[in-house]
Write a protein that binds this ligand. Structure first.
Ligand code: SAM
Length: 343
Protein backbone atom coordinates (compact mmCIF):
# COMPACT_ATOMS: atom_id res chain seq x y z
CA UNK A 1 0.00 0.00 0.00
CA UNK A 2 1.30 3.40 -0.95
CA UNK A 3 0.86 6.35 1.38
CA UNK A 4 1.79 9.94 0.70
CA UNK A 5 1.35 12.73 3.18
CA UNK A 6 2.54 14.15 6.41
CA UNK A 7 4.64 12.67 9.19
CA UNK A 8 3.97 11.08 12.51
CA UNK A 9 0.39 11.21 13.78
CA UNK A 10 -0.56 13.64 16.51
CA UNK A 11 -3.18 12.46 18.96
CA UNK A 12 -5.41 14.61 21.16
CA UNK A 13 -8.51 16.62 20.45
CA UNK A 14 -8.07 19.85 18.52
CA UNK A 15 -10.80 22.41 19.06
CA UNK A 16 -11.09 24.35 15.84
CA UNK A 17 -14.18 26.09 14.55
CA UNK A 18 -13.33 25.45 10.89
CA UNK A 19 -11.32 23.20 8.70
CA UNK A 20 -7.84 24.36 7.88
CA UNK A 21 -6.11 23.61 4.61
CA UNK A 22 -3.16 21.29 4.95
CA UNK A 23 -0.83 21.32 2.02
CA UNK A 24 2.35 19.68 3.18
CA UNK A 25 3.75 17.68 0.27
CA UNK A 26 6.10 15.33 2.13
CA UNK A 27 6.03 11.64 1.41
CA UNK A 28 6.26 9.41 4.45
CA UNK A 29 6.64 5.80 5.32
CA UNK A 30 4.24 4.18 7.82
CA UNK A 31 4.47 5.67 11.28
CA UNK A 32 2.04 3.62 13.38
CA UNK A 33 3.45 1.61 16.25
CA UNK A 34 3.43 -2.19 16.15
CA UNK A 35 0.80 -2.11 18.90
CA UNK A 36 -1.49 -0.17 16.58
CA UNK A 37 -0.83 -2.72 13.86
CA UNK A 38 -2.04 -5.57 16.03
CA UNK A 39 -5.27 -3.78 16.90
CA UNK A 40 -6.10 -2.71 13.36
CA UNK A 41 -5.35 -6.00 11.73
CA UNK A 42 -7.11 -8.27 14.17
CA UNK A 43 -10.48 -6.50 14.16
CA UNK A 44 -11.73 -5.82 10.67
CA UNK A 45 -15.41 -5.25 11.49
CA UNK A 46 -15.94 -1.56 12.17
CA UNK A 47 -18.26 -1.57 15.18
CA UNK A 48 -18.55 1.03 17.92
CA UNK A 49 -16.75 -1.30 20.33
CA UNK A 50 -13.93 -1.83 17.85
CA UNK A 51 -13.47 1.91 17.29
CA UNK A 52 -13.61 2.75 20.99
CA UNK A 53 -10.96 0.13 21.74
CA UNK A 54 -8.76 1.19 18.84
CA UNK A 55 -8.98 4.89 19.63
CA UNK A 56 -8.37 4.40 23.32
CA UNK A 57 -5.31 2.22 22.63
CA UNK A 58 -3.72 4.78 20.34
CA UNK A 59 -4.93 7.84 22.29
CA UNK A 60 -7.02 9.24 19.44
CA UNK A 61 -9.80 11.68 20.19
CA UNK A 62 -12.43 12.46 17.60
CA UNK A 63 -12.46 15.82 15.86
CA UNK A 64 -16.12 16.45 15.14
CA UNK A 65 -15.27 19.54 13.05
CA UNK A 66 -13.80 17.15 10.50
CA UNK A 67 -17.04 15.19 10.20
CA UNK A 68 -15.56 12.15 11.93
CA UNK A 69 -18.70 10.04 12.17
CA UNK A 70 -17.77 6.47 11.35
CA UNK A 71 -20.24 4.12 9.72
CA UNK A 72 -20.78 1.31 12.23
CA UNK A 73 -23.90 -0.33 10.81
CA UNK A 74 -22.34 -3.15 8.87
CA UNK A 75 -25.51 -3.85 6.86
CA UNK A 76 -25.43 -0.27 5.65
CA UNK A 77 -21.74 -0.54 4.83
CA UNK A 78 -22.73 -3.60 2.73
CA UNK A 79 -25.52 -1.63 1.10
CA UNK A 80 -23.16 1.24 0.24
CA UNK A 81 -20.74 -1.22 -1.33
CA UNK A 82 -23.46 -3.11 -3.24
CA UNK A 83 -25.01 0.12 -4.51
CA UNK A 84 -21.65 1.28 -5.84
CA UNK A 85 -21.47 -1.93 -7.94
CA UNK A 86 -17.68 -1.73 -8.37
CA UNK A 87 -16.18 -3.70 -11.25
CA UNK A 88 -12.63 -5.12 -11.36
CA UNK A 89 -11.32 -2.43 -13.76
CA UNK A 90 -12.78 0.55 -11.92
CA UNK A 91 -10.78 3.27 -10.21
CA UNK A 92 -12.46 4.40 -7.01
CA UNK A 93 -11.96 7.67 -5.19
CA UNK A 94 -12.81 7.64 -1.49
CA UNK A 95 -12.80 10.93 0.41
CA UNK A 96 -12.31 10.38 4.13
CA UNK A 97 -10.48 7.10 4.73
CA UNK A 98 -11.11 7.13 8.49
CA UNK A 99 -9.73 3.82 9.76
CA UNK A 100 -10.05 2.30 6.26
CA UNK A 101 -13.01 0.03 7.01
CA UNK A 102 -14.70 1.03 3.76
CA UNK A 103 -11.40 1.38 1.87
CA UNK A 104 -10.57 -2.24 2.56
CA UNK A 105 -13.88 -3.34 1.04
CA UNK A 106 -13.48 -1.06 -2.00
CA UNK A 107 -10.00 -2.44 -2.63
CA UNK A 108 -11.39 -5.98 -2.82
CA UNK A 109 -13.50 -5.09 -5.86
CA UNK A 110 -11.68 -2.25 -7.65
CA UNK A 111 -8.60 -2.09 -9.85
CA UNK A 112 -7.27 0.75 -7.74
CA UNK A 113 -8.53 2.87 -4.84
CA UNK A 114 -7.34 6.40 -4.18
CA UNK A 115 -8.33 7.32 -0.64
CA UNK A 116 -7.89 10.75 0.91
CA UNK A 117 -7.64 11.55 4.63
CA UNK A 118 -6.98 14.98 6.11
CA UNK A 119 -6.23 13.77 9.63
CA UNK A 120 -2.71 12.38 9.87
CA UNK A 121 -3.59 10.34 12.98
CA UNK A 122 -6.34 8.53 11.07
CA UNK A 123 -4.19 8.30 7.94
CA UNK A 124 -1.68 6.35 9.99
CA UNK A 125 -4.35 3.98 11.33
CA UNK A 126 -5.71 3.52 7.81
CA UNK A 127 -2.26 2.91 6.43
CA UNK A 128 -1.64 0.30 9.05
CA UNK A 129 -4.85 -1.50 8.27
CA UNK A 130 -4.08 -1.50 4.55
CA UNK A 131 -0.45 -2.49 4.85
CA UNK A 132 -0.94 -5.73 2.88
CA UNK A 133 -3.19 -4.20 0.26
CA UNK A 134 -1.38 -3.34 -2.94
CA UNK A 135 -4.05 -1.48 -4.91
CA UNK A 136 -4.67 1.46 -2.57
CA UNK A 137 -3.04 4.85 -2.68
CA UNK A 138 -3.64 6.74 0.55
CA UNK A 139 -3.09 10.48 0.34
CA UNK A 140 -2.86 12.33 3.63
CA UNK A 141 -4.18 15.73 2.64
CA UNK A 142 -7.20 17.99 2.49
CA UNK A 143 -9.22 16.91 -0.56
CA UNK A 144 -9.72 20.58 -1.38
CA UNK A 145 -7.04 23.09 -2.31
CA UNK A 146 -9.70 25.79 -1.96
CA UNK A 147 -13.48 25.89 -1.92
CA UNK A 148 -13.54 25.79 -5.72
CA UNK A 149 -10.62 23.52 -6.37
CA UNK A 150 -9.67 19.91 -5.67
CA UNK A 151 -6.23 19.31 -4.28
CA UNK A 152 -3.68 18.82 -7.10
CA UNK A 153 -2.35 15.87 -5.09
CA UNK A 154 -5.71 14.13 -5.39
CA UNK A 155 -5.82 14.74 -9.13
CA UNK A 156 -2.29 13.49 -9.64
CA UNK A 157 -2.98 10.34 -7.58
CA UNK A 158 -5.97 9.68 -9.86
CA UNK A 159 -3.84 10.32 -12.95
CA UNK A 160 -1.29 7.84 -11.67
CA UNK A 161 -3.99 5.24 -11.10
CA UNK A 162 -5.25 5.76 -14.64
CA UNK A 163 -1.77 5.36 -16.08
CA UNK A 164 -1.31 2.15 -14.15
CA UNK A 165 -4.61 0.83 -15.46
CA UNK A 166 -3.70 1.81 -19.01
CA UNK A 167 -0.33 0.10 -18.64
CA UNK A 168 -2.18 -3.04 -17.58
CA UNK A 169 -4.17 -2.83 -20.83
CA UNK A 170 -7.45 -2.23 -19.02
CA UNK A 171 -10.30 0.22 -19.40
CA UNK A 172 -12.79 0.96 -16.69
CA UNK A 173 -14.82 3.61 -14.98
CA UNK A 174 -14.04 6.26 -12.40
CA UNK A 175 -16.28 6.09 -9.33
CA UNK A 176 -16.66 8.13 -6.17
CA UNK A 177 -17.60 5.92 -3.23
CA UNK A 178 -17.44 7.45 0.22
CA UNK A 179 -18.96 8.14 3.57
CA UNK A 180 -18.30 11.81 2.88
CA UNK A 181 -17.20 14.26 5.56
CA UNK A 182 -20.23 16.53 5.70
CA UNK A 183 -18.17 19.69 5.82
CA UNK A 184 -16.83 19.18 2.28
CA UNK A 185 -19.50 17.04 0.62
CA UNK A 186 -20.90 19.82 -1.60
CA UNK A 187 -17.57 21.18 -2.91
CA UNK A 188 -16.21 17.66 -3.48
CA UNK A 189 -19.15 16.63 -5.66
CA UNK A 190 -19.41 20.01 -7.38
CA UNK A 191 -15.72 20.22 -8.21
CA UNK A 192 -15.55 16.63 -9.44
CA UNK A 193 -18.42 17.33 -11.82
CA UNK A 194 -16.55 20.37 -13.03
CA UNK A 195 -13.08 18.94 -13.55
CA UNK A 196 -12.98 15.17 -13.04
CA UNK A 197 -16.41 13.68 -13.67
CA UNK A 198 -17.22 10.32 -12.15
CA UNK A 199 -19.30 7.70 -13.95
CA UNK A 200 -21.20 7.25 -10.73
CA UNK A 201 -21.03 8.50 -7.16
CA UNK A 202 -22.35 6.47 -4.24
CA UNK A 203 -22.05 8.48 -1.07
CA UNK A 204 -23.49 9.01 2.37
CA UNK A 205 -24.36 12.64 3.07
CA UNK A 206 -26.66 14.52 5.43
CA UNK A 207 -30.27 13.83 4.49
CA UNK A 208 -30.86 17.50 3.83
CA UNK A 209 -28.05 17.52 1.30
CA UNK A 210 -29.31 14.30 -0.31
CA UNK A 211 -32.63 16.05 -0.73
CA UNK A 212 -30.96 19.01 -2.44
CA UNK A 213 -28.83 16.74 -4.64
CA UNK A 214 -31.88 14.97 -6.01
CA UNK A 215 -34.52 17.73 -5.87
CA UNK A 216 -36.46 18.60 -9.00
CA UNK A 217 -37.79 22.05 -9.97
CA UNK A 218 -40.45 23.35 -7.63
CA UNK A 219 -39.31 21.22 -4.66
CA UNK A 220 -38.56 23.25 -1.53
CA UNK A 221 -34.95 21.97 -1.46
CA UNK A 222 -34.25 22.80 -5.12
CA UNK A 223 -31.22 25.07 -5.37
CA UNK A 224 -27.98 25.69 -7.30
CA UNK A 225 -26.61 22.27 -6.31
CA UNK A 226 -29.77 20.53 -7.57
CA UNK A 227 -29.38 22.26 -10.93
CA UNK A 228 -25.65 21.64 -11.20
CA UNK A 229 -26.13 17.94 -10.43
CA UNK A 230 -29.48 17.61 -12.19
CA UNK A 231 -28.10 18.99 -15.45
CA UNK A 232 -25.49 16.22 -15.59
CA UNK A 233 -26.67 13.26 -13.54
CA UNK A 234 -29.59 11.06 -12.63
CA UNK A 235 -29.80 10.96 -8.86
CA UNK A 236 -31.56 8.71 -6.37
CA UNK A 237 -31.78 8.53 -2.60
CA UNK A 238 -31.16 4.84 -1.92
CA UNK A 239 -31.72 4.73 1.85
CA UNK A 240 -32.23 7.10 4.72
CA UNK A 241 -29.78 6.46 7.59
CA UNK A 242 -30.58 7.20 11.23
CA UNK A 243 -27.93 8.81 13.48
CA UNK A 244 -27.44 5.37 15.10
CA UNK A 245 -25.79 4.10 11.91
CA UNK A 246 -22.72 6.15 12.87
CA UNK A 247 -20.41 6.52 15.81
CA UNK A 248 -20.34 9.07 17.23
CA UNK A 249 -23.95 9.78 16.33
CA UNK A 250 -24.48 12.90 14.22
CA UNK A 251 -27.35 15.22 15.19
CA UNK A 252 -29.20 14.70 11.92
CA UNK A 253 -30.33 11.92 9.60
CA UNK A 254 -28.18 10.95 6.65
CA UNK A 255 -28.77 9.12 3.40
CA UNK A 256 -27.03 6.97 0.83
CA UNK A 257 -27.31 8.69 -2.56
CA UNK A 258 -26.34 7.40 -5.95
CA UNK A 259 -25.63 9.72 -8.89
CA UNK A 260 -25.11 8.44 -12.43
CA UNK A 261 -23.50 10.73 -14.95
CA UNK A 262 -25.58 11.29 -18.06
CA UNK A 263 -22.92 11.97 -20.70
CA UNK A 264 -25.45 13.17 -23.24
CA UNK A 265 -26.93 15.81 -20.94
CA UNK A 266 -23.53 16.91 -19.72
CA UNK A 267 -22.51 17.45 -23.36
CA UNK A 268 -25.36 19.94 -23.77
CA UNK A 269 -23.57 22.35 -21.41
CA UNK A 270 -21.40 24.43 -23.71
CA UNK A 271 -19.09 25.80 -20.99
CA UNK A 272 -19.18 23.94 -17.69
CA UNK A 273 -17.33 26.53 -15.67
CA UNK A 274 -19.44 29.40 -17.00
CA UNK A 275 -22.65 27.45 -16.37
CA UNK A 276 -21.54 26.61 -12.83
CA UNK A 277 -20.87 30.28 -12.05
CA UNK A 278 -24.15 31.36 -13.67
CA UNK A 279 -26.23 28.97 -11.56
CA UNK A 280 -24.46 30.02 -8.38
CA UNK A 281 -24.92 33.71 -9.20
CA UNK A 282 -28.62 33.21 -9.85
CA UNK A 283 -29.16 31.43 -6.54
CA UNK A 284 -27.28 34.06 -4.55
CA UNK A 285 -30.42 36.11 -5.18
CA UNK A 286 -32.83 33.26 -4.60
CA UNK A 287 -35.71 35.30 -3.24
CA UNK A 288 -35.81 37.70 -6.17
CA UNK A 289 -37.69 36.99 -9.37
CA UNK A 290 -35.36 35.60 -12.01
CA UNK A 291 -35.83 38.56 -14.35
CA UNK A 292 -34.36 40.99 -11.80
CA UNK A 293 -31.32 38.79 -11.26
CA UNK A 294 -30.72 38.33 -14.99
CA UNK A 295 -31.06 42.06 -15.51
CA UNK A 296 -28.44 42.70 -12.84
CA UNK A 297 -26.09 40.14 -14.42
CA UNK A 298 -26.67 41.69 -17.85
CA UNK A 299 -25.70 45.18 -16.72
CA UNK A 300 -28.61 46.51 -14.67
CA UNK A 301 -32.07 47.79 -15.49
CA UNK A 302 -30.73 51.23 -16.38
CA UNK A 303 -29.01 49.68 -19.37
CA UNK A 304 -31.46 49.63 -22.33
CA UNK A 305 -29.37 46.88 -23.93
CA UNK A 306 -29.77 44.67 -20.87
CA UNK A 307 -33.55 45.20 -20.78
CA UNK A 308 -33.85 44.34 -24.49
CA UNK A 309 -31.70 41.26 -24.10
CA UNK A 310 -33.67 39.90 -21.19
CA UNK A 311 -36.99 40.69 -22.85
CA UNK A 312 -35.90 38.73 -25.92
CA UNK A 313 -34.72 35.85 -23.73
CA UNK A 314 -38.09 35.72 -21.95
CA UNK A 315 -39.90 35.72 -25.28
CA UNK A 316 -37.72 32.93 -26.72
CA UNK A 317 -38.29 30.71 -23.68
CA UNK A 318 -41.90 31.74 -23.14
CA UNK A 319 -41.16 32.63 -19.51
CA UNK A 320 -43.62 34.47 -17.31
CA UNK A 321 -42.27 37.82 -16.09
CA UNK A 322 -42.47 36.87 -12.40
CA UNK A 323 -41.02 33.36 -12.67
CA UNK A 324 -38.48 32.37 -9.99
CA UNK A 325 -35.34 30.34 -10.56
CA UNK A 326 -36.68 27.57 -8.31
CA UNK A 327 -39.30 26.60 -10.86
CA UNK A 328 -36.99 26.22 -13.86
CA UNK A 329 -35.76 22.69 -14.58
CA UNK A 330 -32.03 21.96 -15.11
CA UNK A 331 -32.28 21.37 -18.88
CA UNK A 332 -34.06 24.70 -19.42
CA UNK A 333 -31.40 26.35 -17.25
CA UNK A 334 -28.72 24.95 -19.55
CA UNK A 335 -30.40 26.44 -22.63
CA UNK A 336 -31.18 29.69 -20.86
CA UNK A 337 -27.57 30.14 -19.78
CA UNK A 338 -26.35 29.40 -23.30
CA UNK A 339 -28.64 32.04 -24.83
CA UNK A 340 -27.88 34.51 -22.05
CA UNK A 341 -24.11 34.16 -22.49
CA UNK A 342 -24.12 34.36 -26.28
CA UNK A 343 -22.40 37.54 -27.49
N1 SAM B 1 -14.64 6.22 5.73
C1 SAM B 1 -14.78 6.21 7.16
C2 SAM B 1 -16.05 5.50 7.55
O1 SAM B 1 -16.87 5.27 6.70
O2 SAM B 1 -16.23 5.13 8.70
C3 SAM B 1 -14.75 7.62 7.75
C4 SAM B 1 -15.81 8.57 7.23
S1 SAM B 1 -15.97 10.02 8.22
C5 SAM B 1 -17.66 10.46 7.88
C6 SAM B 1 -15.17 11.28 7.27
C7 SAM B 1 -13.65 11.23 7.20
O3 SAM B 1 -13.20 12.30 6.36
C8 SAM B 1 -12.95 11.44 8.52
O4 SAM B 1 -11.98 10.45 8.67
C9 SAM B 1 -12.29 12.83 8.40
O5 SAM B 1 -11.10 12.97 9.14
C10 SAM B 1 -12.06 12.93 6.91
N2 SAM B 1 -12.05 14.31 6.39
C11 SAM B 1 -12.70 15.39 6.87
N3 SAM B 1 -12.47 16.47 6.11
C12 SAM B 1 -11.64 16.06 5.11
C13 SAM B 1 -11.03 16.74 4.01
N4 SAM B 1 -11.24 18.04 3.80
N5 SAM B 1 -10.23 16.03 3.19
C14 SAM B 1 -10.01 14.69 3.41
N6 SAM B 1 -10.56 14.02 4.45
C15 SAM B 1 -11.37 14.67 5.27
Amino acid sequence: MKKTGRGRPKTGHKKRPDRTRQNDQRTTTPTATSEQSVVTKSATRQTTAYLKKLFSEVGFSIDSKKGQNFLVDLNLLDLLERTADIQPDDIVLEVGSGTAALTERLARSAFQVVTIEIDSRLATLAHDRLIDTDNVQLVNTDVLASKNKLSPRVLSALDEAEKRREAAGKKGRFLLVANLPYCVATPVISNLLLTKPFTSATVTVQYEMADRMTATAGHHSYNALSIWIGSQCRGEIIRSLPPAAFWPRPKVDSAIVRLDLDEHRRAQISDLSRFHTFVRDIFCHRRKVLRGVLLTLAGGKKSPDAVDRIDRLYETFGLEKNIRAESIDPDTFVQLEYEFSRP
